[in-house]
Design a protein around this ligand. Structure first.
Ligand SMILES: NC(=O)c1ccc[n+]([C@@H]2O[C@H](COP(=O)([O-])OP(=O)(O)OC[C@H]3O[C@@H](n4cnc5c(N)ncnc54)[C@H](OP(=O)(O)O)[C@@H]3O)[C@@H](O)[C@H]2O)c1
Length: 306
């Protein structure tokens, strides 16, 4: 991290920094000449919220081929049908990936190998579990499983595939892979040191949704930052992006309010949250407008951040 970013870290990770971002940062337009014509993108969790809107904004930029990665065929088909109506000239395929299953993640990556070309990957599928939910097959808690462990696995499986699919046309950019983070990682409760970290994601005792969610996103950030050191940005550009707090996704804004905490959270999101369109524009910025300079970085609010 540069000295400049280091000097900004205290502000960015402070609650005032969060409010500043939410209220005073506005979408930066994608450079005018940008076109994704001829390109192929994969977006996981593309049936709703930020994933769906990212798919839309990429198609608006002329994307030729989109893979909608979803865990439910029906929800994927419904999203693809809407996208095909709006963008009849594009090829839109629905592929299954269930991020609680290593077999499903592996099968999805193998399927990606069959694509002639891959230019953009957005690993967006994620969730915050309201109750402790243990995934039987892996013996990990669901939030850590989806947001961190399976996302890391999918990345490791996809990287060599992306490298082998990079376009050889003169002037072509290397493929880009971005994962949707969350600035809640700034506030993740610290892990106990002196022992293994992963079991702490799976503890039922003291389970709190935001604690586990922010920790899963912190580990995700640390993983990608270290991973990028092993990847040549000429082969694949890897970064982490933050849409900021957004209202009107299935993530929290449209959830049924059952407790006082839920009601407070609902007000908080609806007062401070961005529109999905604005949050997605920060994601698309990290995918399309940022290049090698963002490799291994955290891209938030349309710029590289601590
Ligand atoms: N909304 C915010 O304020 C905010 C802020 C920062 C970061 N984020 C991140 O943005 C990403 C998208 O969230 P969102 O707000 O757009 O919420 P969302 O509308 O709930 O979208 C989440 C997507 O992830 C999918 N997903 C969940 N578990 C999955 C699994 N096991 N396998 C495959 N897909 C799975 C969901 O599929 P189903 O529809 O089938 O459940 C859905 O398509 C998440 O990574 C979230 O952490 C959100």
């Amino acid at each position: 991290m540069s000295q400049y970013l280091e000097s900004r870290a205290a502000f960015e990770s402070h609650f005032v920094g969060f409010l500043y971002r939410q209220w005073l940062m506005y979408p930066k337009p994608i450079p005018r000449a940008t076109t994704l014509k001829g390109q192929t993108a994969i977006v996981t969790g593309a049936n709703s919220g930020l994933g769906y809107e990212t798919a839309r904004q990429l198609l608006q930029l002329g994307l030729t081929h989109l893979i909608v990665g979803v865990r439910s065929q029906a929800r994927g088909d419904a999203a693809a049908a809407k996208l095909r109506d709006e963008f009849p000239g594009s090829k839109i395929w629905v592929w299954i990936v269930d991020m609680v299953s290593y077999d499903s993640v592996t099968a999805f990556a193998r399927r990606c190998e069959t694509l002639p070309r891959i230019d953009i990957v957005l690993l967006n599928a994620g969730l915050i579990s309201i109750e402790f939910t243990l995934i039987k097959a892996t013996q990990h808690e669901q939030t850590g499983q989806v947001n961190y462990l399976s996302t890391a696995l999918l990345t490791v499986l996809l990287l060599p595939i992306l490298k082998s699919k990079k376009s050889s046309s003169p002037g072509a950019q290397p493929p880009r892979l971005s994962v949707v983070a969350s600035d809640t990682f700034y506030w993740a409760p610290p892990f106990k040191t002196g022992g293994p970290v992963l079991p702490q994601l799976d503890e039922i005792e003291g389970f709190a949704p935001m604690k586990v969610y922010s920790r899963s996103k912190l580990l995700q950030m640390m993983f990608f930052s270290r991973l990028a050191e092993q990847v040549n940005a000429d082969d694949v550009v890897v970064n982490v992006c933050n849409p900021g707090l957004c209202r009107d996704t299935s993530f929290g804004g449209s959830k049924k309010q059952t407790s006082l905490g839920d009601v407070i959270f609902w007000f908080f999101i609806n007062i401070n949250g961005r529109t999905v369109k604005a949050g997605t524009s920060a994601v698309v910025d990290a995918l399309v407008a940022k290049g090698a300079e963002s490799h291994g970085s955290y891209v938030s609010d349309w710029s590289i951040q601590p």
